[in-house]
Design a protein. Structure first.
Length: 353
Protein backbone atom coordinates (compact mmCIF):
# COMPACT_ATOMS: atom_id res chain seq x y z
CA UNK A 1 0.00 0.00 0.00
CA UNK A 2 1.30 3.45 -0.87
CA UNK A 3 0.08 6.90 0.12
CA UNK A 4 1.25 10.47 0.45
CA UNK A 5 0.42 10.84 4.14
CA UNK A 6 -0.01 8.10 6.73
CA UNK A 7 -1.89 9.09 9.89
CA UNK A 8 -1.36 6.64 12.76
CA UNK A 9 -4.04 6.82 15.43
CA UNK A 10 -7.80 7.05 14.98
CA UNK A 11 -8.65 9.16 18.02
CA UNK A 12 -10.08 12.65 17.76
CA UNK A 13 -6.85 14.25 16.53
CA UNK A 14 -6.25 11.67 13.81
CA UNK A 15 -9.87 11.67 12.70
CA UNK A 16 -10.06 15.46 12.56
CA UNK A 17 -6.89 15.66 10.48
CA UNK A 18 -8.06 12.86 8.17
CA UNK A 19 -11.47 14.48 7.69
CA UNK A 20 -9.80 17.76 6.75
CA UNK A 21 -7.54 16.06 4.21
CA UNK A 22 -10.50 14.08 2.84
CA UNK A 23 -12.48 17.30 2.31
CA UNK A 24 -9.59 18.56 0.18
CA UNK A 25 -9.34 15.36 -1.83
CA UNK A 26 -5.85 14.59 -0.53
CA UNK A 27 -4.06 11.26 -0.69
CA UNK A 28 -3.77 9.74 2.80
CA UNK A 29 -4.42 6.63 4.86
CA UNK A 30 -5.66 6.62 8.45
CA UNK A 31 -4.63 3.54 10.47
CA UNK A 32 -5.87 2.60 13.95
CA UNK A 33 -4.69 -0.27 16.16
CA UNK A 34 -8.05 -0.79 17.86
CA UNK A 35 -11.03 -2.40 16.21
CA UNK A 36 -12.99 0.79 16.85
CA UNK A 37 -12.50 4.51 16.23
CA UNK A 38 -12.25 7.21 18.86
CA UNK A 39 -9.16 6.47 20.93
CA UNK A 40 -9.81 7.74 24.44
CA UNK A 41 -13.36 8.68 23.45
CA UNK A 42 -15.52 5.67 24.27
CA UNK A 43 -19.31 5.82 24.43
CA UNK A 44 -21.34 2.84 25.60
CA UNK A 45 -25.05 2.54 24.76
CA UNK A 46 -27.84 1.17 26.91
CA UNK A 47 -31.36 1.43 25.56
CA UNK A 48 -31.75 4.93 24.15
CA UNK A 49 -28.94 6.30 26.32
CA UNK A 50 -25.31 7.02 25.39
CA UNK A 51 -22.79 7.12 28.22
CA UNK A 52 -19.19 8.34 28.00
CA UNK A 53 -16.45 6.25 29.58
CA UNK A 54 -13.81 8.65 28.34
CA UNK A 55 -14.07 12.45 28.19
CA UNK A 56 -17.58 13.80 28.70
CA UNK A 57 -17.24 17.57 28.60
CA UNK A 58 -16.05 20.57 26.71
CA UNK A 59 -16.32 24.20 27.73
CA UNK A 60 -16.92 27.78 26.59
CA UNK A 61 -13.69 29.29 25.33
CA UNK A 62 -12.80 26.19 23.30
CA UNK A 63 -13.45 27.45 19.75
CA UNK A 64 -12.44 24.35 17.79
CA UNK A 65 -14.87 22.07 19.61
CA UNK A 66 -17.63 24.64 19.23
CA UNK A 67 -16.97 25.04 15.51
CA UNK A 68 -16.63 21.30 14.83
CA UNK A 69 -19.81 20.30 16.66
CA UNK A 70 -21.70 23.04 14.82
CA UNK A 71 -20.30 21.95 11.44
CA UNK A 72 -21.27 18.35 12.11
CA UNK A 73 -24.78 19.34 13.22
CA UNK A 74 -24.37 17.96 16.76
CA UNK A 75 -26.36 19.21 19.74
CA UNK A 76 -24.66 20.32 22.93
CA UNK A 77 -26.38 20.65 26.29
CA UNK A 78 -25.50 21.81 29.79
CA UNK A 79 -24.25 19.39 32.40
CA UNK A 80 -27.04 18.82 34.92
CA UNK A 81 -26.20 20.57 38.19
CA UNK A 82 -29.39 21.46 40.07
CA UNK A 83 -29.63 20.15 43.61
CA UNK A 84 -27.41 19.41 46.57
CA UNK A 85 -23.90 18.01 46.48
CA UNK A 86 -22.88 15.10 48.69
CA UNK A 87 -19.61 14.69 50.56
CA UNK A 88 -18.33 11.37 51.89
CA UNK A 89 -15.63 11.63 54.55
CA UNK A 90 -12.79 9.22 55.35
CA UNK A 91 -15.09 6.99 57.42
CA UNK A 92 -17.78 6.68 54.73
CA UNK A 93 -20.12 9.11 56.51
CA UNK A 94 -22.16 11.05 53.94
CA UNK A 95 -22.99 14.73 54.39
CA UNK A 96 -25.45 16.64 52.24
CA UNK A 97 -25.21 20.21 50.98
CA UNK A 98 -21.45 20.57 51.35
CA UNK A 99 -20.71 22.86 48.39
CA UNK A 100 -22.13 23.29 44.91
CA UNK A 101 -22.07 21.36 41.63
CA UNK A 102 -18.48 21.56 40.43
CA UNK A 103 -19.13 21.09 36.70
CA UNK A 104 -21.83 23.72 36.21
CA UNK A 105 -21.18 25.43 32.88
CA UNK A 106 -19.72 22.32 31.24
CA UNK A 107 -21.17 21.11 27.94
CA UNK A 108 -21.96 17.58 26.86
CA UNK A 109 -23.07 16.21 23.51
CA UNK A 110 -26.40 14.62 22.74
CA UNK A 111 -25.55 11.00 21.93
CA UNK A 112 -22.31 11.24 23.88
CA UNK A 113 -18.87 12.08 22.53
CA UNK A 114 -19.23 8.99 20.36
CA UNK A 115 -21.58 11.00 18.15
CA UNK A 116 -18.63 13.26 17.34
CA UNK A 117 -16.50 10.26 16.39
CA UNK A 118 -19.26 8.69 14.29
CA UNK A 119 -19.76 11.92 12.35
CA UNK A 120 -16.05 12.34 11.63
CA UNK A 121 -15.70 8.72 10.49
CA UNK A 122 -18.52 9.29 7.99
CA UNK A 123 -16.49 12.17 6.52
CA UNK A 124 -13.56 9.85 5.73
CA UNK A 125 -13.81 7.52 2.72
CA UNK A 126 -13.87 3.89 3.77
CA UNK A 127 -10.98 2.99 1.48
CA UNK A 128 -8.78 5.58 3.21
CA UNK A 129 -9.18 4.25 6.76
CA UNK A 130 -8.08 0.97 8.27
CA UNK A 131 -8.83 -0.20 11.83
CA UNK A 132 -7.56 -3.22 13.82
CA UNK A 133 -4.13 -2.65 12.28
CA UNK A 134 -1.37 -1.95 14.84
CA UNK A 135 1.78 -0.28 13.50
CA UNK A 136 4.93 -1.49 15.23
CA UNK A 137 7.83 -0.16 13.15
CA UNK A 138 8.72 2.89 11.08
CA UNK A 139 11.66 2.80 8.67
CA UNK A 140 12.97 5.99 7.10
CA UNK A 141 13.95 5.49 3.48
CA UNK A 142 15.34 7.73 0.78
CA UNK A 143 11.81 8.21 -0.59
CA UNK A 144 9.84 8.59 2.64
CA UNK A 145 8.80 6.25 5.45
CA UNK A 146 7.81 2.58 5.47
CA UNK A 147 5.40 1.52 8.21
CA UNK A 148 5.15 -2.15 9.15
CA UNK A 149 2.09 -3.63 10.81
CA UNK A 150 1.81 -6.52 13.24
CA UNK A 151 0.70 -8.67 10.31
CA UNK A 152 3.75 -7.96 8.15
CA UNK A 153 1.92 -5.54 5.89
CA UNK A 154 3.90 -2.53 4.67
CA UNK A 155 2.57 0.97 4.02
CA UNK A 156 4.76 3.39 2.10
CA UNK A 157 4.25 7.11 2.74
CA UNK A 158 6.03 10.37 2.05
CA UNK A 159 5.36 11.44 5.62
CA UNK A 160 3.82 10.03 8.78
CA UNK A 161 1.69 11.81 11.38
CA UNK A 162 1.62 10.12 14.78
CA UNK A 163 -1.47 11.08 16.80
CA UNK A 164 -1.11 8.36 19.46
CA UNK A 165 -0.01 9.18 23.04
CA UNK A 166 3.69 10.00 23.17
CA UNK A 167 4.48 7.14 25.53
CA UNK A 168 2.85 4.75 23.08
CA UNK A 169 4.80 6.38 20.23
CA UNK A 170 8.03 5.83 22.17
CA UNK A 171 7.47 2.07 22.05
CA UNK A 172 7.52 1.86 18.27
CA UNK A 173 10.63 0.63 16.51
CA UNK A 174 12.35 3.38 14.51
CA UNK A 175 15.03 2.86 11.85
CA UNK A 176 17.21 4.84 12.05
CA UNK A 177 16.70 5.10 15.79
CA UNK A 178 15.39 8.38 17.14
CA UNK A 179 17.84 10.20 19.44
CA UNK A 180 17.89 9.04 23.04
CA UNK A 181 16.73 12.42 24.33
CA UNK A 182 13.76 12.30 21.95
CA UNK A 183 12.61 8.91 23.27
CA UNK A 184 13.27 9.99 26.87
CA UNK A 185 11.17 13.11 26.36
CA UNK A 186 8.32 11.10 24.87
CA UNK A 187 8.37 8.78 27.87
CA UNK A 188 8.46 11.68 30.33
CA UNK A 189 5.18 13.23 29.13
CA UNK A 190 2.15 11.75 30.95
CA UNK A 191 -0.74 10.53 28.83
CA UNK A 192 -3.79 12.45 29.95
CA UNK A 193 -6.34 10.24 31.76
CA UNK A 194 -4.31 7.09 31.01
CA UNK A 195 -4.07 6.12 34.66
CA UNK A 196 -7.74 6.71 35.35
CA UNK A 197 -10.77 4.47 35.53
CA UNK A 198 -14.39 5.51 35.17
CA UNK A 199 -17.68 3.89 36.17
CA UNK A 200 -21.18 4.61 34.86
CA UNK A 201 -24.26 3.26 36.65
CA UNK A 202 -27.47 3.29 34.58
CA UNK A 203 -31.00 3.46 36.02
CA UNK A 204 -34.59 3.61 34.81
CA UNK A 205 -35.31 6.85 36.64
CA UNK A 206 -33.32 9.74 38.16
CA UNK A 207 -34.30 9.09 41.78
CA UNK A 208 -31.46 11.33 43.02
CA UNK A 209 -33.01 14.30 41.24
CA UNK A 210 -36.36 13.47 42.83
CA UNK A 211 -34.58 13.67 46.18
CA UNK A 212 -33.16 17.12 45.40
CA UNK A 213 -29.65 15.91 44.59
CA UNK A 214 -27.57 17.03 41.63
CA UNK A 215 -25.75 13.71 41.28
CA UNK A 216 -22.53 15.44 42.30
CA UNK A 217 -20.56 13.80 45.09
CA UNK A 218 -17.04 14.04 46.43
CA UNK A 219 -15.55 11.21 48.45
CA UNK A 220 -12.48 10.54 50.53
CA UNK A 221 -13.61 6.96 51.14
CA UNK A 222 -14.06 5.64 47.63
CA UNK A 223 -13.66 3.80 45.42
CA UNK A 224 -15.06 6.73 43.40
CA UNK A 225 -13.60 10.08 44.40
CA UNK A 226 -15.95 12.23 42.31
CA UNK A 227 -19.42 11.61 40.85
CA UNK A 228 -21.72 13.48 38.46
CA UNK A 229 -25.04 13.05 36.71
CA UNK A 230 -24.45 11.36 33.33
CA UNK A 231 -28.03 11.26 32.08
CA UNK A 232 -28.95 11.96 28.46
CA UNK A 233 -30.15 15.35 27.26
CA UNK A 234 -33.78 14.23 27.41
CA UNK A 235 -35.47 11.14 28.75
CA UNK A 236 -33.87 8.01 30.07
CA UNK A 237 -32.27 5.80 30.88
CA UNK A 238 -30.52 7.93 33.48
CA UNK A 239 -27.07 7.58 34.95
CA UNK A 240 -24.45 8.60 37.47
CA UNK A 241 -20.76 8.35 36.64
CA UNK A 242 -17.70 8.49 38.81
CA UNK A 243 -13.93 8.70 38.59
CA UNK A 244 -12.37 5.77 40.43
CA UNK A 245 -9.57 6.87 42.76
CA UNK A 246 -8.20 3.43 43.59
CA UNK A 247 -4.70 2.98 42.06
CA UNK A 248 -4.51 0.65 39.03
CA UNK A 249 -3.04 -2.23 41.03
CA UNK A 250 -5.97 -2.10 43.44
CA UNK A 251 -8.75 -2.34 40.85
CA UNK A 252 -7.74 -5.42 38.89
CA UNK A 253 -10.36 -7.60 40.59
CA UNK A 254 -13.43 -6.48 38.66
CA UNK A 255 -15.90 -8.45 40.80
CA UNK A 256 -14.58 -6.88 44.00
CA UNK A 257 -14.57 -3.44 42.39
CA UNK A 258 -18.18 -3.85 41.26
CA UNK A 259 -19.24 -4.72 44.82
CA UNK A 260 -17.42 -1.68 46.17
CA UNK A 261 -18.95 0.60 43.55
CA UNK A 262 -22.49 -0.62 44.27
CA UNK A 263 -21.96 -0.22 48.00
CA UNK A 264 -20.71 3.34 47.56
CA UNK A 265 -23.59 4.27 45.25
CA UNK A 266 -25.97 2.99 47.92
CA UNK A 267 -24.25 5.00 50.67
CA UNK A 268 -24.37 8.16 48.58
CA UNK A 269 -27.71 8.00 46.79
CA UNK A 270 -29.75 5.44 48.71
CA UNK A 271 -30.64 1.74 48.40
CA UNK A 272 -32.11 2.12 44.91
CA UNK A 273 -28.66 3.06 43.61
CA UNK A 274 -27.21 -0.34 44.56
CA UNK A 275 -28.92 -2.16 41.69
CA UNK A 276 -28.28 -0.31 38.42
CA UNK A 277 -29.65 -1.72 35.19
CA UNK A 278 -26.09 -1.72 33.93
CA UNK A 279 -22.71 -0.87 35.44
CA UNK A 280 -20.04 0.07 32.93
CA UNK A 281 -16.39 0.29 34.01
CA UNK A 282 -13.46 1.32 31.85
CA UNK A 283 -9.94 1.07 33.27
CA UNK A 284 -7.79 3.13 30.93
CA UNK A 285 -4.61 2.03 32.70
CA UNK A 286 -5.29 -1.50 31.43
CA UNK A 287 -5.75 -0.33 27.84
CA UNK A 288 -2.51 -1.12 25.94
CA UNK A 289 -3.34 1.42 23.22
CA UNK A 290 -3.59 4.18 25.83
CA UNK A 291 -1.33 3.48 28.79
CA UNK A 292 2.12 2.14 29.59
CA UNK A 293 3.44 1.17 33.01
CA UNK A 294 4.68 4.74 33.40
CA UNK A 295 1.07 5.95 33.35
CA UNK A 296 0.24 3.95 36.50
CA UNK A 297 1.94 6.65 38.55
CA UNK A 298 -0.63 9.21 39.74
CA UNK A 299 -0.75 12.63 38.08
CA UNK A 300 -1.68 15.20 40.73
CA UNK A 301 -1.92 18.26 38.47
CA UNK A 302 -2.58 18.96 34.81
CA UNK A 303 0.75 18.51 32.98
CA UNK A 304 2.37 21.35 31.09
CA UNK A 305 1.84 20.05 27.57
CA UNK A 306 3.23 21.30 24.25
CA UNK A 307 5.82 20.24 21.67
CA UNK A 308 9.35 20.31 23.09
CA UNK A 309 12.11 21.20 20.64
CA UNK A 310 13.50 17.65 20.65
CA UNK A 311 10.14 16.36 19.35
CA UNK A 312 9.96 18.70 16.38
CA UNK A 313 11.32 18.22 12.85
CA UNK A 314 11.91 14.51 13.36
CA UNK A 315 13.44 12.81 10.32
CA UNK A 316 13.53 16.23 8.61
CA UNK A 317 9.81 16.63 9.26
CA UNK A 318 8.87 13.33 7.61
CA UNK A 319 7.66 12.27 11.08
CA UNK A 320 5.15 14.62 12.73
CA UNK A 321 3.71 14.32 16.26
CA UNK A 322 0.12 15.47 16.52
CA UNK A 323 -1.72 14.05 19.55
CA UNK A 324 -3.40 16.11 22.27
CA UNK A 325 -0.32 15.93 24.52
CA UNK A 326 1.63 18.17 22.10
CA UNK A 327 -1.03 20.91 22.02
CA UNK A 328 0.45 24.03 23.65
CA UNK A 329 -2.77 25.62 24.93
CA UNK A 330 -5.36 22.90 25.52
CA UNK A 331 -3.13 19.84 25.87
CA UNK A 332 -4.98 16.81 27.26
CA UNK A 333 -8.44 18.12 26.41
CA UNK A 334 -10.62 17.39 23.39
CA UNK A 335 -9.88 20.94 22.28
CA UNK A 336 -6.20 20.04 22.51
CA UNK A 337 -6.69 17.09 20.16
CA UNK A 338 -8.17 19.47 17.60
CA UNK A 339 -5.43 22.02 18.26
CA UNK A 340 -2.83 19.31 17.62
CA UNK A 341 -4.65 18.28 14.42
CA UNK A 342 -4.43 21.89 13.20
CA UNK A 343 -0.71 21.95 13.94
CA UNK A 344 -0.25 18.63 12.15
CA UNK A 345 -2.07 20.01 9.12
CA UNK A 346 0.15 23.11 9.14
CA UNK A 347 3.26 20.89 9.30
CA UNK A 348 2.03 18.95 6.26
CA UNK A 349 1.48 22.23 4.42
CA UNK A 350 5.03 23.32 5.17
CA UNK A 351 6.22 20.01 3.77
CA UNK A 352 4.42 20.73 0.54
CA UNK A 353 1.83 17.96 0.85
Amino acid sequence: MQTQTLIIGGGLSGLALAARLAAEGRDFRLVEARDRWGGRILTERFGEGAFDLGPSWFWPGQPRMAALTERLGLTRFDQFYEGDLLYEDETGHVQRGQGFASMQGSWRLRGGMGSLIDALVRDIPEDQRLSATPIRALHRTADGVTARTDFGQEIYAQQVVLTVPLRIAARLSYVPALPNDTIATMESIPTWMAGQAKAVAVYDRPFWRDAGLSGDAMSRFGPMVECHDASPMRGGPYAIFGFIGVPPAGRRDRHALDRQLRAQLSRLFGPEAQAPKSLFVKDWAADPCTATDLDHRPVHAHPDYGLPHVLSRLWDNALILSGTEVAPTFGGFLEGALEAADRGYDALQRNGD
